[in-house]
Write a protein that binds this ligand. Structure first.
Ligand SMILES: Cc1cc2nc3c(=O)[nH]c(=O)nc-3n(C[C@H](O)[C@H](O)[C@H](O)COP(=O)(O)O)c2cc1C
Length: 307
């Protein structure tokens, strides 16, 4: 089969999951094309979508929603005529910092848009990855998230190839909640205007080059200017080598510096955030273990305790 993976990733988590999918599908001897938003040319999306058997769309959850450019992508996909048997299989994969059920509402709008265009969403998969805003997860937590995703994505890829449905349960008032929280889309533009490079900035220009919205400029007087097109993906502030970008009204939620995802040096807990959404994390890991073990049993493989 020919499989297209289209994704957006602000700070790399969704990109890492995309690479796991690529590997899993290629290992199963399918042809995979990976394309990252927003660099994908709009026309290209149209032609690409036409010629693939399965399309995977990946995004980081932003305020319990998909980023605006993911909705834009769904609107750009060519309409298929389902009545003439021209439907196409789509699966959604998303990353988030916490695994609360509310996250299931993030895809409602895009699923509606996709359905309208004749695409059938057969599966939706969420992977917990470390926060790029709010607080920094411990190295231990990030390592566990990554190890889990590495074992889980091949299981999910297997299910996607079989065409087995995997959709989240409905959340009461989910559509309404997601609609309210889409205030984040204009809110990101508004808050972005308050981003500042502080006195530690060395004008290296990395943020200018990295910004997916082309929203950061170095002015002739040497000052770094943030425009009105921010999508709050956090790429600039997260990757700033001098930790010199203040993120407007959410200043105290900034997370700076890549996660290592290597085995942590010391086995100590993170302390402060240990009990944060604890039952949701426990449920996520238990469900992941169950799926991985079930898949291994079905394939007759042994399984190490990954967690
Ligand atoms: C503006 C913004 C809003 C976010 N909102 C949520 C959220 O509602 N729920 C959640 O679990 N994580 C949330 N996150 C965390 C990201 O979804 C998470 O860290 C994700 O893995 C980042 O992926 P990326 O590195 O591909 O951008 C948010 C991050 C940002 C920047």
């Amino acid at each position: 089969m020919k499989i297209l993976l289209i994704y957006f990733s602000g700070t790399g988590n969704t990109k890492m999951i995309t690479e796991l999918y690529r590997e899993a599908f290629e290992n199963a001897e399918h042809e995979v094309t990976v394309t990252e938003l927003p660099s994908t040319h709009e026309r290209l999306v149209e032609t690409l979508a036409e010629s693939y058997d399965i399309i995977g769309i990946g995004y980081p959850i932003h305020a319990f929603n998909a980023p605006k450019l993911i909705l834009k992508l769904c609107k750009l996909l060519p309409k298929l005529n389902a009545k003439r048997g021209k439907s196409k299989r789509v699966f959604i994969y998303k990353t988030s910092g916490e695994p609360v059920r509310m996250s299931d509402v993030s895809s409602l709008k895009m699923r509606k848009l996709l359905k309208k265009r004749g695409y059938t969403v057969t599966g939706e998969y969420q992977y917990v990855m470390p926060y790029n805003i709010i607080f920094r997860h411990s190295d231990k937590a990030a390592y566990k998230m990554w190890q889990t995703a590495k074992s889980l994505v091949p299981v999910d890829a297997d299910e996607i190839l079989r065409g087995a449905p995997h959709l989240p349960k409905n959340v009461i008032l989910g559509g309404f909640l997601a609609w309210v929280l889409r205030i984040e889309h204009p809110g990101a533009k508004f808050n972005g205007k308050f981003f500042r490079a502080n006195k530690d900035c060395v004008k290296c220009g990395l943020c200018v080059k990295a910004c997916p919205a082309d929203n950061i400029k170095i002015k002739p007087d040497g000052k770094v200017a943030f425009g009105g097109n921010c999508m709050m993906c956090m790429r600039c502030a997260f990757n700033c080598p001098k930790n010199a970008i203040d993120i407007g009204l959410f200043k105290s939620w900034k997370v700076n510096g890549k996660y290592s995802f290597d085995p942590p040096d010391d086995d100590s807990a993170n302390g402060k955030h240990d009990n944060y959404c604890l039952s949701a994390y426990e449920r996520y890991y238990a469900e992941a273990q169950r799926r991985i073990a079930q898949n291994a049993a079905e394939h007759g493989d042994g399984i190490d305790d990954i967690l």
